[in-house]
Design a protein around this ligand. Structure first.
Ligand SMILES: [Zn+2]
Length: 371
């Protein structure tokens, strides 16, 4: 193992920030795996899982059981982690610019369409190697305009040529759920099963350029563009939401880390004893079949339904109670589905997020991720 310290914010006279990555195995000796935790900074369950992974990877490396390369970034957002507003950690957006730390990653497919013109053939492995080489160059040519873009470029530079990218997050209050690209559903099915994810949200393009899609979507964008050329979805990139922000427990962290390591075992990266795969606990849900509910007016949020409960169309999910006007508004689901994530706040202003329900029928369009 060796670690690298990447300069992120290094102006004299201003607070500095560095990002640390840990590197296991040998580049080129097998698949490349990239794992990062807490790109939204205060996603503590993800950091605890990374802590367990680090210990396990050190042990596995010492035993010679890593058959490729694994990069682990256990705290992927030093800028966001140092943002605390009046005692409350604030890690989702960059306070300086307002940008979401998991949006606006450089999508290199358009540049690749030009630079690869006439250079791809029928050899699938050669195509994959050439696409990775060119993708690395296009990420390297990104000129960051602020510290947050430097951070994003640093993270993407380590992941853009990986076979497997595991981006570990958490939600406010949630069941364990995952996001991935539609062409990757079969590839990540074992991970869904091992983690016991209750929802697998899929899209070919979610909008917003999240980190996992910056790594994976270029492959099917290029396959569509160079139709008939052998281009596989060569990067299995997944965003894993490790329940809610307060679900910080050693037992969860150990189970989640073990599931991730088993997935790497099943993928041929780790030489470990493989447990049989559990049954997949959910089917893929199109991201455009997720119904977000929001508050129609300010008030106290009281749930009728709990996380993990199925909801019928028209069934009450929560009330918003204004204690001054006395107005009580019942929020109902427009579509049947599973209540899988909700806000952690219990007093909301008009328009604030209440919860998300995973349905089965597509009905939304446009940007499918929250801002
Ligand atoms: Zn997140």
């Amino acid at each position: 193992m060796h670690s690298l310290k990447h300069p992120i914010a290094v102006d004299e006279n201003v607070a500095t920030a560095h990002l640390t990555s840990f590197h296991y195995g040998s580049p080129g000796s097998g698949k490349k795996v990239y794992i990062q935790a807490a790109v939204h900074a205060d996603e503590v369950p993800a950091m605890l899982v990374a802590h367990v992974l680090r210990q396990e990877l050190e042990r596995l490396e010492a035993e010679g059981r890593i058959k490729g390369e694994v990069i682990l970034v256990p705290a992927a957002n030093p800028i966001g982690l140092s943002q605390v507003v009046h005692g409350t950690p604030f890690g989702r957006y960059d306070l300086k610019s307002g940008t979401n730390f998991n949006r606006a990653y450089k999508h290199v497919a358009d540049e690749l369409k030009k630079s690869l013109e006439g250079r791809l053939g029928s050899d699938i492995d050669a195509n994959v190697a050439l696409i990775r080489e060119e993708a690395r160059k296009h990420v390297a040519s990104w000129e960051p305009k602020d510290d947050t873009e430097t951070l994003k470029k640093t993270l993407l530079s380590m992941a853009i040529d990986a076979d497997i990218v595991l981006d570990l997050h958490c939600d406010n209050e949630a069941l364990l759920h995952m996001y991935t690209g539609t062409p990757l559903v079969e590839t990540v099915a074992p991970l869904t099963a091992l983690l016991g994810a209750r929802v697998l949200l899929v899209a070919k393009a979610s909008g917003g350029e999240a980190f996992d899609e910056a790594c994976s979507r270029l492959w099917w964008d290029l396959a569509d563009h160079f139709e008939g050329t052998a281009i596989p979805p060569a990067c299995a990139a997944v965003t894993v939401e490790l329940r809610g922000e307060n679900d910080v427990r050693y037992d969860y962290a150990r189970l989640d880390a073990a599931a991730l390591l088993q997935y790497l075992g099943h993928s041929g990266v780790l030489d470990i004893e493989l447990a049989p795969l559990p049954e997949t606990p959910c089917r893929a849900t199109p991201l455009n079949a997720v119904e977000p509910l929001s508050a129609p007016h300010a008030g106290v949020l009281v749930f009728h339904k709990r996380l993990g409960e199925l909801v019928e169309a028209g069934e009450p999910v929560a009330d918003i109670v204004n204690p001054v006007s006395g107005q009580v508004t019942t929020l109902s689901a427009g579509h049947p589905g599973l209540l899988f994530a909700s806000t952690a706040h219990r007093h909301l202003l008009r328009g604030m997020h209440v919860c998300k329900i995973a349905g089965t029928e597509s009905f939304r369009s446009g940007d499918l991720l929250s801002a």
